[in-house]
Design a protein around this ligand. Structure first.
Ligand SMILES: [Fe+2]
Length: 358
């Protein structure tokens, strides 16, 4: 049994982004001093929301390149750049973007106060002291990064994709504005939104259970059904519901099952983004998740989303071997679904067949 830490303060509703200045200046919990905005580079070309961020001479805005998923090297680089530019620590970090940017904000915050390198903190409870005060502003719903206690980083030198799992990785505050997800491209909105569906259904189908996590997961799935099975997933009501589902899924963040390990393989070996990788991973998993597979398929159909096919046929034997290696290391989620003898079930031949069927 373990105590669970949640985000302490939420501001939720259309137009919430316009309240950033009020939060920074009047909330007694927010430390005074330089504010660093770490913003998804998407907004370098879509600057209207940035006008709502109050920027004084001492503040900084840094665009985060999210072409690839966050790496330890990128965290080291951003933290070092801020240290030399500011000549000290910022008082507040505001992360604004999708899961990749939010994870960067959390990791940079931790690294700035803990020192060393980002890779020193990949694992469980390795972050020693609280990071810089951090506020999350999600612009995409589904990853749950806004409420989770991790920030997933890939170390390209070692090939390890592992988060800084720590209570210190939890945001201090969130500003949740569903208007921000109105302009997300439909495919990306679907792939990322389904991330929360997968987190929750994998948790509910697993052996490791917790009543609170289950309750959050059940509600998040119910909201996903409302968003994706009927009407337009991106109308105002659906955007609000998906934002809530995402934060509940992130707060639940239980142990996952089969989708996430297969998905991690696709991301590490082939560079497929997490949301799409999950959807591709679910493709051949009907035998393990029959009801959820049918539901996921119905969701895609209802929203007119066509998922890519034919990936498996193009994979080389070497790639299949690498995919197996980077999937089978995820022992906690694999055993959560299949039991301790998961390696006897997910043999190299079985795994190859799953990847070939994508
Ligand atoms: Fe995920």
């Amino acid at each position: 049994m373990k105590a669970i830490r949640n985000v302490a303060s939420y501001l939720f509703g259309a137009g919430a982004l316009g309240r950033v200045e009020e939060v920074l200046r009047t909330d007694p919990r927010v430390p005074a001093g330089p504010v660093v905005y770490l913003v998804d580079h998407f907004f370098a070309g879509h600057t209207a929301p940035l006008d709502k961020l109050p920027r004084r001479a001492m503040d900084r805005l840094v665009f985060i390149d999210t072409t690839h998923e966050p790496s330890t090297g990128q965290v080291d680089q951003v933290a070092a750049g801020l240290r030399s530019d500011l000549g000290g620590l910022p008082a507040v970090i505001v992360g604004m973007g999708g899961g990749a940017t939010l994870d960067m904000a959390k990791a940079v915050s931790n690294l700035l106060t803990n020192g060393g390198q980002a890779s020193d903190y990949q694992g469980w409870d390795l972050v020693k002291v609280p990071g810089v005060y951090k506020i999350g502003v999600p612009t995409l719903s589904g990853t749950g990064s806004e409420t989770s206690r991790t920030c997933v980083l890939t170390n390209y030198e070692t090939g390890v994709k592992l988060g800084m799992n720590s209570d210190h990785s939890v945001f201090d505050q969130l500003i949740l504005d569903p208007e921000l997800t109105a302009t997300v491209p439909r495919e990306q909105y679907f792939h990322t939104g389904l991330d929360t569906y997968f987190h929750c259904m994998e948790t509910l189908n697993g052996r490791t259970r917790n009543g609170i996590v289950d309750a959050y997961s059940e509600k998040a799935i119910e909201l996903c059904r409302q968003v994706f099975l009927q009407g337009d997933m991106q109308d105002q009501a659906s955007r609000e519901k998906l934002m809530i589902a995402s934060l509940m899924g992130g707060a639940a963040a239980g142990n996952t099952g089969l989708v996430h390990p297969l998905s991690a393989g696709l991301s590490v070996v082939l560079g497929v983004h997490h949301g799409l990788a999950n959807c591709l991973a679910m493709g051949p998993l009907a035998e393990y998740y029959p009801a959820e597979h049918a539901e996921f398929t119905a969701m895609a159909r209802a929203q007119g989303i066509v998922l890519p096919t034919g990936l498996g046929a193009k994979l080389s034997e070497e790639q299949i071997a690498k995919l197996h290696a980077s999937c089978i290391v995820h022992e906690k989620p694999l055993s959560n679904h299949l039991g301790d003898d998961f390696k006897a079930i997910l043999t190299p031949a079985k795994m190859a067949a799953l990847f070939r069927a994508m």
